[in-house]
Design a protein around this ligand. Structure first.
Ligand code: GLV
Ligand code: MN
Ligand code: MN
Length: 418
């Protein structure tokens, strides 16, 4: 391989095979409008993992799982004692998600490894494909549990008590999952990869707007998730005088209005989202006694993330007229800047393949965020049609995905021979 070009390797990436696998995966949890609902640690999640393992077996990869259910498929290196190059993403989806978020990074890793094997390009280092458990956080909050535990960012039992909408505990769902996957060899949690590379759809409008093939991700903005609980008192909607009510919905409206003022950013860099609201008793003619809502806050500057996030409790409490409020932080991912090694390798590969690539930060969080303290890390983005993601209409064309997989294959060959 010279200057990142390996013609037989690049040619071995099979656009139709990759697309076919993605579409087969998309049938698992298909929802109207071409979307996918495949929550983590569900039978559908297990079905998708088994499908992946079957594809891995067919090309000679060996599987293992760890205590968080993170699934690995190993391509052996000529020196198995060397630290592996790790590549992958997640297979769970948003409740109303698309066919590409996460799953493409897993399928692209398989495609790239298969291309390496078919091109007869042995690698000195092993390459391990990883499918992380619960990246989305849609069923159990927060997201990125699998990668946070792998990286030692959080203890593996941190989220045992987190519940889904049916009050199933994450710890119980994980125990059930591990029991059902007991035939898969277990590996210790954690590791020290040589490098980590994640392929992902952009999920934003930049690459399409600039007519680019590849995004060379330079880093990821920081995220903080909070849960706000407002406690009032349920009452009769027809009889209780307004002045005597402790209406949790009315105080929620005041809190969100005050938060919108706190989070106002004329530069439109800060991201503030309230998207999940639970009201109790949730009955038209009962005053709401309790409200729980989530806050998703993001910013590339940690100082801003800290200052605005730390102000939430005071602003919410000051907005209460009749109720009381508490705020719990459930997820903290500091902004990261990727070390130069992987972005540089991506740039070499994209240039060598004649692709139009641009360096850019990621607005979405990813498992890659937690690999940064462990090893050189990077991400390859491909365009998202209309910039849409976390929606059934999420789309990237087969040829755009193939270009991403070719870059990934060349990057893996490069890193795994260092
Ligand atoms: C990932 O799914 C994110 O919300 O950024
Ligand atoms: Mn994702
Ligand atoms: Mn997502």
């Amino acid at each position: 391989m010279t200057n990142g070009v390996a013609p037989n390797l690049v040619a071995a990436v099979d656009e139709a095979r990759q697309w076919g696998r993605l579409m087969e995966m998309a049938r698992l949890g298909a929802i109207p409008g071409d979307g996918v609902n495949r929550a983590c640690l569900t039978p559908l999640d297990r079905e998708s993992r088994r499908l992946l393992i079957g594809w891995g077996h067919a090309i000679g990869l060996t599987e293992s799982i760890d205590a968080l259910g993170n699934l690995f498929l190993r391509h052996e290196g000529t020196d198995p004692s060397l630290a592996p190059v790790l590549t992958g993403s997640h297979m769970d989806s948003q409740p109303s998600g698309g066919r590409f978020d996460g799953i493409w990074g897993v399928i692209a890793a398989l495609e790239a490894i298969q291309a390496l094997r078919e091109a007869g390009t042995p690698t000195k280092r092993p390459i391990e494909l990883v499918a992380w458990t619960n990246e989305e956080g849609g069923r159990f909050a927060p997201g990125c549990m699998g990668s946070m535990a792998y990286a030692g960012h959080s203890a593996p039992d941190t989220w045992d008590a987190a519940t889904d909408k049916d009050d199933i505990r994450f710890g119980d769902a994980l125990a059930e999952h591990l029991a059902l996957e007991a035939d898969i060899p277990r590996r210790p949690l954690g590791g020290k990869p040589f490098a980590y590379v994640e392929a992902h759809i952009e999920q934003g409008p930049k690459l399409e707007a600039e007519d680019r093939d590849i995004g060379i991700v330079t880093g990821i903005q920081g995220s903080r998730w909070f849960t706000v609980d407002i406690t009032g008192k349920s009452d009769h909607a027809g009889t209780a005088p307004v002045g005597m009510r402790q209406d949790a919905v009315q105080d929620m409206v005041r809190a969100i209005t005050a938060l919108n003022t706190l989070m106002y950013d004329p530069t439109d860099v800060l991201r503030f989202t309230v998207a999940r609201i639970e009201v109790s008793p949730n009955s038209s003619n009962s005053v709401a006694g309790n409200v729980r809502f989530t806050i998703d806050l993001r910013h590339p500057d940690n100082a801003v993330l800290l200052a605005r996030g730390n102000a939430i409790l005071g602003v919410v409490q000051a907005a209460m007229r009749f109720c009381t409020a508490s705020v719990i932080e459930r997820f903290t991912a500091a902004p990261v800047v990727f070390q130069p090694e992987v972005p540089d390798a991506i740039e070499r590969a994209a240039l060598a393949q004649g692709l139009n690539a641009v360096r850019m930060p990621s607005g979405a969080f990813h498992d890659a965020q937690f690999m940064v303290p462990l090893c050189p890390t990077g991400m390859i983005f491909v365009p998202s049609a209309r910039g849409v993601s976390h929606h059934p209409s999420e789309y990237t064309a087969p040829e755009q995905l193939a270009a991403g997989a070719r870059v990934l294959a060349a990057v893996l060959a490069d890193l795994a021979n260092q």
